[in-house]
Design a protein around this ligand. Structure first.
Ligand SMILES: Cc1cc2nc3c(=O)[nH]c(=O)nc-3n(C[C@H](O)[C@H](O)[C@H](O)COP(=O)(O)OP(=O)(O)OC[C@H]3O[C@@H](n4cnc5c(N)ncnc54)[C@H](O)[C@@H]3O)c2cc1C
Length: 438
């Protein structure tokens, strides 16, 4: 570990993006304080109020696992030791795309099937053990403290035990407070220009429920993801998790809301392209009282990289900067990529940090954001800017996905891109394009 050259950093939010940012900061700051508005943070893997999505199905992409294992040496073995199953992402999972399952075959990408509460718990434990990091629950940040000219952020104001408290003498504040981030509002009150918002409205609703798992179910496979597509506004997911459990989820787009009662959920799941979700629901012992419903109105991306004036000593990361339609499972992986960038940039000091951080992360965000845009804007009811869509490229990818139902090589190439291992350009390489029917 290097000698920290900066004083104190504060992170707003102790969910995944905040914890990963703290991991990146701890090598460059003498003291890192992570604040969360939740009154307590669980001492076991449990869902919690401040992360309402934590009870919903969460898949960790292969790239996310790679990044996390670099940030926290030995994390995967630790999670496997805690019961998280691993599997070949292509051969031992089923992926339904545009109404067909991708061809199977070993792809060498080994996925880690871990629940969101366990992953956050394990990472929180690692971060809390770092000697110069302190995690303080019951601190709801309500504003920024700045120099009189507003050019530099020097602290935060928070509500704790009902009292307003100020944390000052801070060299860097990182906002990782998720989709409800107030950063834009704080900046506007300080006289900074409005931050451009990109938005893709999908009015998605998820309903998830856990069941006991017998490893022989689904012919020994570890899960099935059934994607929606134009004309089919229902999706579903069943995924193995630690402690011999399944998590199942059904979703509806554009206001199609899945029911949360058992019979209704099964009936909904029976209309999916694959019977797997309904089979698990019908044949397994439920572990939750009922199912948990959550609305997700829109993917949002705030273009901090395009703002021409920004205070020193302040950054925004995670869902607070960009939040993706959850069916693509990208959020946690992107948070890890952003933390990796932050850690690397800090090695060159904090000068001009915001411009460097937002510039580099924008390049990384372009890939998953473009995937979401290209897929979700195929739905006529999706609301968003279609001017960037390339119909020729869209038609090629449609043919590629159709052919991937019979061609394991194409399926593998497709999965390597959706798992954020390869760039999308890989799907246009001559060796792949030659397998796609004209
Ligand atoms: C239904 C659903 C399913 C998803 N599925 C997947 C998936 O399969 N794979 C995947 O990679 N991602 C998935 N995601 C996204 C994933 O949950 C997030 O990307 C990930 O949690 C990182 O988010 P975050 O840390 O930026 O914000 P959040 O997880 O939203 O956390 C924000 C944190 O900030 C705290 N906070 C908020 N306001 C304040 C404040 N004022 N002061 C102090 N603390 C505050 C909150 O208590 C919370 O701890 C899904 C999201 C949803 C909604």
């Amino acid at each position: 570990m290097r000698t920290p050259s900066n004083g104190r950093a504060v992170v707003i939010g102790a969910s995944l993006a905040g914890l990963l940012a703290a991991r990146a900061l701890h090598e460059s700051f003498e003291e890192v304080v992570v604040l969360d508005r939740d009154a307590t943070l669980p001492e076991r893997p449990e869902t919690r109020r401040g992360v309402p999505q934590s009870g919903q199905v969460h898949g960790l992409l292969a790239r996310g696992r790679q990044e996390l294992d670099v940030l926290f040496e030995g994390l995967s073995p630790e999670l496997i030791g805690l019961g998280a199953p691993t599997c070949d992402v292509q051969d031992e999972m089923e992926w339904w795309v545009d109404g067909r399952p991708l061809a199977k075959g070993p792809c060498g990408m080994i996925g880690l099937a871990v629940s969101r509460p366990l992953l956050e718990f394990a990472i929180r434990r690692r971060v809390a053990a770092l000697p110069n990091v302190e995690i303080r629950p019951d601190h709801a940040v309500t504003g920024l403290v700045t120099t009189p000219d507003g050019d530099r952020v020097t602290g935060v104001v928070a509500l704790s035990a009902g009292e307003e408290t100020t944390l000052g003498h801070v060299d860097l504040v990182v906002d990782a407070s998720g989709r409800g981030s107030r950063a834009r509002h704080w900046l506007s009150r300080l006289g900074y220009p409005a931050v451009e918002e990109q938005r893709i409205e999908i009015q998605l609703t998820y309903a998830s429920r856990r069941y006991r798992r017998d490893p022989g179910q689904l012919d020994g496979r570890y899960g099935t993801a059934i994607a929606s597509y134009p004309g089919k506004l229902r999706g579903g997911f069943v995924l193995a998790q630690e402690n011999n459990t399944w998590i199942t989820s059904v979703s509806g787009w554009f206001g199609a809301v899945p029911p949360t009662d058992e019979a209704g959920m099964i009936e909904w799941a029976e209309q999916l392209d694959s019977p797997d979700v309904a089979t698990i629901m019908r044949t397994s012992e439920p572990l939750d009282e009922g199912s948990l419903k959550m609305r997700y109105p829109a993917s949002t991306r705030f273009r901090y990289d395009r703002i021409d004036r920004f205070p020193a000593g302040f950054l925004v990361t995670g869902d607070a900067m960009c939040s993706f339609n959850p069916i693509y499972g990208q959020g946690m992986t992107v948070a890890a990529l952003e933390a990796t960038i932050l850690g690397r940039l800090l090695k060159d000091g904090t000068d001009d940090l915001a411009a460097r951080f937002f510039g580099e992360t924008a390049t990384v965000l372009d890939v998953p954001w473009t995937t979401v845009m290209a897929n979700d804007l195929r739905f006529p009811d999706a609301i968003g800017d279609r001017s960037m869509l390339d119909p020729e490229r869209g038609a090629y990818l449609l043919r590629l996905r159709a052919a991937a139902a019979d061609d394991p090589e194409l399926a593998r190439a497709f999965l390597r891109v959706t798992q954020l291992i390869d760039p999308p350009a890989a799907l246009f390489a001559p060796s792949i394009a030659s397998r796609v029917p004209a």
